[in-house]
Design a protein around this ligand. Structure first.
Ligand code: UT7
Length: 369
């Protein structure tokens, strides 16, 4: 028995910002960004809310729309739990999970948001699996608790809202998007074989962002963007929305991500390989049993270093950073959807999802597809 991933999906904002566009804003070059990070372009949500993107990603994961991967169509009343991982919620109250629940008609679901930075989706998956193991209808501790048989887990971000656009050290790295997965408790088959979630102190505040951020896309009571009709993809429109040139002229805005890249890089390479080791050991497996690793997408060089560290080629990892950049909690579910769409995950395969990020958080999940 186990908690199986039965669907996943992804959604990206319409606006594609290529590296060359960023050279008009800060002193950088396509060549620097590509060689140091592997990123060629990223999506920026000008008209879409995070909830809009999550609805689209979740519909694929639930088997309602084309795209992503889905074993079957899941009815709204089958979902018992929604976990929405983000550091850029559309609102603090109601939760984005609650907005998603309403828009998808998931009337039986309990719903909450979760912040574990870039590790949010892996944390969400681990929490959902633990709740299911305790609260699935036949589980030992089921009585007296919410029965949880199926959950929707989302990672969604609009990092463009907290990106420090005048800072070339960070503004080239981030992108927006949403990914989702549906998990189901299966009495017969295994699914998640082990999980590991961890925090380490970040004593020098190598990666921080203050509590609130400016200019959310206006939206109605269900989290639907009020801008969808007035979509303008030009760089000027993005600039008007995010105030990039004004920030550059006036100095750094307050509510932005700040990062000491090299410190985070070092933490990331170590945390990635350590999390894979612990999760595999807990599952009683070795790397030889694994078909694919789906890592957080912060920098292609981090994945290359980690690959070297564990003695595997880059191809052992699903790498999807080139046209998306780092979209924090959204990276892993979007990358997982890519792996299924590209036919890289087949029934019975053992797959590792591994994350690291601000906090410092890290985590890994090993599952059998
Ligand atoms: O998901 C959250 C976790 N985040 C991460 O994991 C990010 C981890 N860190 C990184 O990915 C890398 O450290 C960065 C991509 C952020 C930076 O790459 P780096 O190879 O560590 O570069 P650096 O910070 O050592 O900077 C090297 C040079 C500096 O110039 P000087 O001082 O040598 O003259 C920077 O000012 O590159 C310069 N630089 C740039 N030049 C052109 C930094 N950013 C840029 C840029 N364009 N965008």
């Amino acid at each position: 028995m186990g908690c199986r991933i039965i669907g996943c999906g992804k959604a990206l904002p319409a606006l594609d910002v290529k590296n060359d566009e960023l050279t008009k804003l800060v002193d950088t070059s396509d060549e620097w960004i590509v060689t140091r990070t592997g990123i060629e372009s990223r999506r920026v949500a000008v008209a879409e809310t995070g909830t809009d993107l999550s609805v689209a990603a979740a519909r694929q994961a639930l088997g309602w729309d084309e795209g992503g991967y889905s074993e079957r169509r899941v009815d709204p009343a089958e979902i018992d739990l929604v976990i929405y991982a983000t550091i850029t919620p559309d609102a603090m109250v109601p939760s984005c999970a609650g907005l998603l629940r309403r828009r998808l008609g998931l009337e039986r679901a309990a719903a909450f948001d979760l912040n574990a930075a870039c590790s949010g989706f892996v944390y969400g998956l681990s929490v959902a699996e633990s709740l299911m193991a305790a609260c699935a209808p036949n589980a030992a501790g089921a009585s007296g608790r919410n029965p949880i048989r199926r959950a929707l887990i989302v990672g969604a971000e609009r990092l463009s809202r907290i990106t420090n656009w005048p800072d070339r050290n960070t503004c080239v790295l981030f992108g927006d998007g949403a990914g989702a997965a549906v998990v189901e408790w299966d009495e017969e088959r295994p699914g998640i074989l082990s999980s590991f979630i961890a925090n380490e102190d970040d004593p020098t505040n190598a990666l921080t962002c203050p509590a609130a951020y400016d200019s959310p896309v206006p939206f109605d009571n269900e989290g639907v963007s009020l801008r969808a009709e007035e979509h303008d993809d030009s760089l000027d429109a993005v600039d008007e929305e995010l105030g990039i040139r004004a920030h550059i002229a006036d100095g750094e805005p307050r509510q932005v991500l700040r990062m000491d890249g090299q410190k985070v890089f070092k933490f990331a390479v170590g945390a990635l390989s350590a999390a894979v080791d612990v999760a595999l050991e807990r599952a009683g497996l070795t790397l030889d049993d694994v078909s694919l690793i789906v890592p957080h997408q912060a920098n292609e060089r981090i994945i290359r270093y980690a690959a070297k560290k564990i003695g595997r080629p880059l191809d052992f990892f699903q790498v999807s950073i080139a046209h998306r950049g780092n979209s924090s909690a959204a990276c892993i579910p979007m990358t997982l959807a890519d792996a299924y769409e590209n036919g890289r995950i087949k029934p019975g395969d053992k797959v590792v999802l591994v994350a690291f990020g601000g906090g410092f958080t890290s985590g890994a999940v090993v599952y059998e597809a």
